[in-house]
Design a protein around this ligand. Structure first.
Ligand code: LCV
Length: 259
């Protein structure tokens, strides 16, 4: 079964999360398919991508697949983890991604939605950003990413309480672009995509990239910090790392293999 469906309608790509049985939990497999679908849309040179769940979804996405959270003392959200990779895929896609949301949004799926360039929701939608409920040390780049769309007071409330907030409040506080009745959601979002298709693609791509870079402009971007953390962990988990120490203790030349 395909966990992510994709189609091209005129100049718009439509990518649908398709794992309702698991409430579109962001498992490694679903994310791999989502990354693949996004690159297919890029290859098809669509003007924008609509990211949605199945029509009438009660849950847009339940967030990170909790069964895949590591319990071995390893960082659950390090640079190369699936959620981090799909966030970067959306950020680096040269065309806008519009999150079209029905149902509730949980945990890392809030970041998935906020990473999209535009967010349109129905009045019934709620957003619950839940790391503190799971005791998960959310990663710094993810927090910086959320700060792009959510003011710090609201983000603190969402993080410190893990309580859902309504679409109406998210709209009022500038977290999302619009709230429309569910029977108008597809038409409204399609019109938005059509308007984007009428503008200069080169300009849209340039300004999406300018905004990506400028919105991350921190003394050292959190993402750079975590990329180095990920590289460091790769090394200190490696055989060469152990070989280096062992050869020193045995007073012999190390035999490094790059593994
Ligand atoms: C795996 C699931 C999940 C799921 N993983 O249906 O942001 S952070 O730091 O927290 C980050 C680490 C993160 O994103 O963590 C995940 C945060 N997500 C949540 O806390 C939401 C967890 N899910 C729920 O609260 C409920 O499933 C909701 C309210 C989304 C839907 O409730 P509903 O009663 O409609 P079920 O709970 O019965 O779930 C249906 C199936 O989906 C699985 C769940 O285990 C069940 O599987 P089985 O039918 O095999 O029992 N499922 C739901 N969420 N995040 N699996």
């Amino acid at each position: 079964m395909q966990l992510v469906l994709r189609q091209v309608q005129d100049r718009t790509g439509i990518v649908s999360l398709n794992h309702a049985a698991k409430r579109n939990a962001l498992s490694r497999n679903l994310i791999e398919e989502l990354i693949g679908a996004l690159s297919e849309m890029k290859a098809a040179s669509v003007r924008s991508v609509i990211l949605r769940a199945e029509p009438g979804a009660a849950v847009w996405s339940a967030g990170h697949d909790v069964t895949e959270l590591p319990t071995s003392g390893r960082d659950p959200l390090s640079y190369d983890d699936p959620l981090r990779r799909v966030v970067r895929s959306i950020e680096l896609l040269p065309m806008p991604v519009i999150a079209m949301i029905e149902g509730s949004v949980w945990g890392g799926a809030c970041e998935l939605a906020m990473t999209c360039d535009l967010t349109i929701a129905t009045p019934e939608v709620t957003f619950a950003f839940t790391p503190t409920r799971l005791g998960v040390p959310y990663n710094t780049a993810g927090i910086v990413n959320m700060m792009k769309s959510i003011g710090v007071p609201l983000l603190k409330e969402m993080l410190f309480t893990a309580r859902p907030i309504s679409a109406e409040r998210a709209l009022r506080l500038g977290m999302i672009n619009d709230v429309v009745p569910s029977d108008e959601l597809e038409g409204f979002t399609g019109q938005l995509a059509d308007q984007i298709a009428e503008t200069s693609p080169m300009c849209v791509t340039l300004m999406k990239e300018e905004l990506r870079i400028l919105s991350k402009s921190r003394p050292m971007s959190a993402e750079t910090f975590e990329r180095l953390q990920g590289q460091r962990r790769h090394v200190y988990d490696s055989r060469d790392y152990r070989e280096g120490i062992q050869s020193f203790l045995e007073k012999r030349r190390p035999e490094f293999t790059g593994e």
